[in-house]
Unconditional design. Structure first.
Length: 327
């Protein structure tokens, strides 16, 4: 029997189906459904990729740093933040020969915090170590463990990494842990007694250190702290230059000080004033060389006057101070 065409749409299928047959129609229908499914699958894949891209963008976006209330101030990488109360006295002396105080000894200071010390005295190399530990500790709440390797720590201090330097670091950490510092806030009638390091642990096999700080040290920052230019400090060649750098960094506007007063505040063991005066001149020229001060002068009445390049924090402090006076 001859086949009767169903309609003019039953033309030969361009995809290879049999023309004008039910099998051809079914195959074409299945192909259309398959094409639709592929289209839906493609749309779903595109949507999924778009969603993933949005999530990646959100994850890559910087999130604001939320500082814990028990955290040190977040100073910049090139800076070391040190409490003013520890920069304006002889807690960290300029002497290479270390005294030992068997009893609580009142230290010379010009701040409103009274400081007594018992133990082997600190000097500026100990302050280098303590500043670096504070720098590492600032990224987490005070009291949390601060981890570092002796090798990387010594490199960051600009020191060698031989056996002598490793032993020196051990001595410095032990002194910072063992020395007892007693700080009395004269206005608040409160006293802190403890070490500048609360605990210290060292793995002798790996030379990894774990140290912790006492949370009460935050009180020192509440009383004011200064930004220390770390690159300048590392470039200084004497303990006296380093002490002067920290001392004047803690002053927004440098005062005139008698040479005798500076000798007492830095804890110098040099008895002859003329010799200390000579050492002071060399240290001041060192501060000019590194770009910390513009100029200096010792007046006829024996006072030191300096002109400094103010840091950003000092400029901000002076602006706030002027604004308060103009209200």
């Amino acid at each position: 029997m001859d086949r009767i065409p169903l309609s003019s749409n039953e033309l030969p299928d361009q995809q290879g189906g049999q023309p004008g047959t039910l099998d051809g129609l079914e195959q074409k229908s299945e192909q259309n459904l398959g094409a639709q499914r592929k289209k839906r699958d493609l749309q779903e894949i595109v949507s999924r990729l778009q969603r993933n891209s949005q999530l990646q963008t959100q994850n890559a976006a910087p999130t604001p740093v939320q500082q814990d209330k028990n955290q040190l101030p977040l100073w910049p990488q090139a800076i070391r933040g040190v409490p003013n109360a520890l920069l304006r006295n002889s807690l960290f002396t300029v002497n290479k020969v270390r005294e030992t105080f068997p009893r609580r000894e009142l230290l010379a200071s010009n701040s409103d915090i009274e400081i007594r010390f018992m133990g082997v005295r600190f000097n500026q190399t100990d302050l280098d170590v303590w500043e670096m530990i504070l720098h590492l500790a600032r990224l987490q709440p005070v009291g949390c463990k601060v981890l570092f390797s002796a090798h990387s720590f010594l490199k960051a201090l600009g020191r060698g990494t031989g056996a002598t330097q490793h032993e020196q670091l051990k001595e410095e950490v032990a002194r910072l842990r063992g020395g007892t510092v007693e700080m009395t806030w004269k206005n608040d009638k409160k006293t802190f007694v403890g070490g500048l390091l609360e605990k210290a642990y060292r793995d002798e096999a790996t030379q990894q250190y774990i140290v912790t700080l006492d949370e009460k040290l935050l009180l020192l920052y509440d009383s004011g702290y200064s930004h220390i230019n770390w690159e300048q400090r590392q470039a200084l060649r004497s303990n006296l230059a380093k002490w002067l750098h920290g001392f004047y960094s803690s002053h927004a506007s440098p005062y005139s000080y008698k040479i005798e007063t500076l000798r007492e505040l830095c804890g110098s063991g040099t008895k002859a004033l003329w010799k200390f005066r000579q050492m002071l001149k060399f240290a001041l020229e060192d501060l000019v060389t590194v770009g910390f001060i513009k100029d200096w002068e010792i007046t006829r009445d024996g006072k030191l006057e300096i002109t400094v390049y103010p840091s950003q924090s000092q400029v901000k402090h002076l602006k706030n101070k002027r604004a308060m006076h103009t209200r």
